[in-house]
Design a protein around this ligand. Structure first.
Ligand code: ATP
Length: 559
């Protein structure tokens, strides 16, 4: 809990939090002073003019003071609301940025294990809920200080009645502690429900084609309905509990107020000039007391969101990668694995005692059944993963710490699903190499056999947002290959880059890869079609173990 407060304060910025507290104090103090001022004002009005006023102020001066106080309060309240809003935004933006930075900077091993839908739910919904916590924090401060100011004002007007009223309010609030714990449990259930919704939506949106072709629209809708229903049930229960609590508090407080006023008027014979401000104070305090309870409850309901966001950030920051050391290792002779083993989970080894040396500027075709460990091996060679035991070296540099992160600047990837970003072809290429000039772009397109780009409307400036839908899988993949080649990598990894393509598109890519022979080191993962026939060394993974293949007898692909 204390850690959550510290996190909130750090995100809000201590100066902003201090300004908020100061303005809130000013608003509360002016409000309390306004009530205290009512007593001499009413006495003066009752006496019919300037007679017998305390502090020797005239009625006109008191009225002017009252207007001044109200004006001061209105101005302070305006700035308070503005700073409260800034504080909420600072908390949400700061937390989202910190979570995002922690995720982007974390080891691939952690990222690969994370469920994307849960991370997405965290970055969007959970962190938005933390924004509510910050807003409620500002509200709690406002309500709490207002109540204190009202209590002080009441004490100045009628001490005994105020002490009784204050104690009654404290006892009532304490009785609601159990309710706040319940709100917290419902808050945790809300986070789980949002994660389930994101998971369900992601599954439906990612499989729309198969849902439609299997005619499973109703089943998909039912799954999504179920996830939404769980959230609605939790939220409804929370609204019901909050509503009941608020109603009960208001009834109890109104009853207490009526009893106190009755006692003050009939038994203690308190004069009207004191009774009226006291009644006005109480009328203002009762809803504030209700809001205090409700806001504290909302705070407890949303607090799990902050704790879960913090847990994610802590996990990602604990797995932070070391910054790249410069200069990056360069591959001029060979990249080598010695006795490399790696397990993604303790009892599931993906690679076992691998010894492998890949000569610089050679082409290697890596084959093996699904789950054999091919992508894991590629991630090790590409510097994304580090082994549990054994070493990976580029020339003589071990890929550890910052050298491994730095090595990635010398590696380029093309994966099975071509990832094209919104924007033009040029934008997509420059994303990989922002300083590349026009001849470099043309060379990369040529090497990737992606000359078709010039026939697109606008050529290199064609907007892929619109056109990407019209591009074939093979065309998209050739743009992705051009982007990878623009980096002039020491090591190019193609992980099943052609396995989703038709034979003609695959052959085109295979010719592009064959054309790279002798220019950079190429690792091709794929076990069928044209890429499997590329001229090069063949290695085979089976159950995480490596063995060399016979050179394929099939005709070799020429550039
Ligand atoms: N992030 C992960 N968490 C847990 N296990 C994983 C993870 N990634 C891979 N594995 C497991 O490690 C083993 C090797 O996986 P890998 O993806 O390297 O195989 P692959 O040969 O590339 O398979 P495919 O051809 O199907 O892509 C598999 O048993 C897989 O289930």
């Amino acid at each position: 809990m204390a850690a959550s407060w510290r996190t909130l304060l750090a995100l809000a910025g201590p100066r902003r939090a201090l300004a908020l507290a100061a303005l809130t104090l000013l608003v509360a103090a002016t409000e309390g002073a306004g009530f205290v001022l009512l007593v001499p004002l009413l006495e003066g009005l009752q006496a019919g003019g300037d007679t017998a006023l305390p502090l020797r102020f005239s009625l006109g001066q008191l009225l002017a003071g009252f207007v001044l106080l109200v004006g001061l309060r209105a101005g302070a309240e305006m700035y308070r609301a503005l700073i409260a809003q800034d504080l909420t935004v600072a908390v949400v933006d700061g937390l989202r940025r910190r979570a995002f930075a922690a995720l982007v900077g974390a080891e691939w091993k952690l990222l690969a294990r994370m469920r994307h839908s849960d991370t997405r739910a965290m970055l969007i919904t959970t962190i938005d809920r933390v924004g509510h916590i910050a807003a409620w924090f500002a509200d709690l401060l406002r309500i709490g200080l207002s109540l204190i100011a009202l209590l002080l004002a009441a004490l100045a007007i009628a001490p005994l009645v105020s002490v009784i009223g204050g104690l009654a309010a404290l006892v009532t609030l304490a009785l609601y502690a159990g309710l706040r714990r319940h709100a917290r449990r419902l808050g945790e259930a809300t986070t789980r429900s949002y994660e389930a919704i994101y998971r369900s939506l992601e599954q439906v949106l990612g499989s729309l084609r198969i849902i439609k072709s299997f005619g499973r629209e109703r089943a998909a809708l039912a799954d999504a309905d179920e996830a939404f229903r769980a959230l609605r049930i939790t939220e409804r229960r929370y609204i019901l509990v909050s509503g009941l609590a608020r109603a009960a508090l208001q009834i109890v407080a109104a009853g207490g107020l009526a009893a106190a006023l009755w006692l003050a008027a009939s038994r203690w014979e308190v004069p009207l000039a004191i009774l009226l401000p006291l009644a006005a104070l109480a009328v203002r305090a009762v809803p504030l007391l209700g809001s205090l309870q409700a806001t504290a409850q909302e705070w407890h309901h949303a607090l799990p969101a902050l704790e879960e966001a913090r847990a994610l950030i802590d996990r990602a920051e604990a797995a932070a990668e070391p910054p790249p050391t410069l200069p990056a290792p360069q591959l001029t002779s060979a990249i080598a694995l010695h006795g490399v083993s790696l397990a993604h989970a303790p009892d599931r080894p993906a690679l076992r005692a691998i010894n492998l040396t890949i000569a610089a500027r050679s082409t290697v075709v890596l084959e093996g059944p699904s789950g054999a460990g091919k992508s894991t091996l590629a991630d090790l060679l590409g510097g994304l993963l580090s082994p549990d035991s054994g070493t990976v070296t580029v020339d003589d540099t071990p890929l550890i710490g910052g050298a491994r992160s730095a090595w990635r600047s010398r590696v380029a990837y093309v994966q099975q699903e071509p990832v094209l970003l919104a924007g033009s072809v040029r934008g997509n290429l420059l994303w990989a190499m922002p300083d590349a000039d026009e001849p470099a772009l043309q060379r990369a397109l040529e090497q990737a056999h992606a000359g078709f780009v010039h026939d697109l409307p606008g050529g290199l400036d064609c907007d892929l947002g619109e056109a990407a839908r019209a591009l074939s899988g093979g065309e998209k993949q050739r743009i992705a290959l051009a982007r990878a080649l623009l980096r002039q990598p020491d090591l190019l990894i193609l992980d099943e880059a052609t396995s989703a393509l038709d034979p003609a598109a695959e052959a085109e890519i295979a010719r592009a890869i064959a054309g790279l022979a002798g220019q950079c080191t190429v690792l091709v993962i794929g076990h069928r079609g044209a890429v499997a026939q590329i001229d090069g060394r063949r290695i085979m993974l089976e159950g995480g173990r490596l063995r060399e293949q016979e050179i394929a007898a099939a005709p070799q692909i020429q550039p």
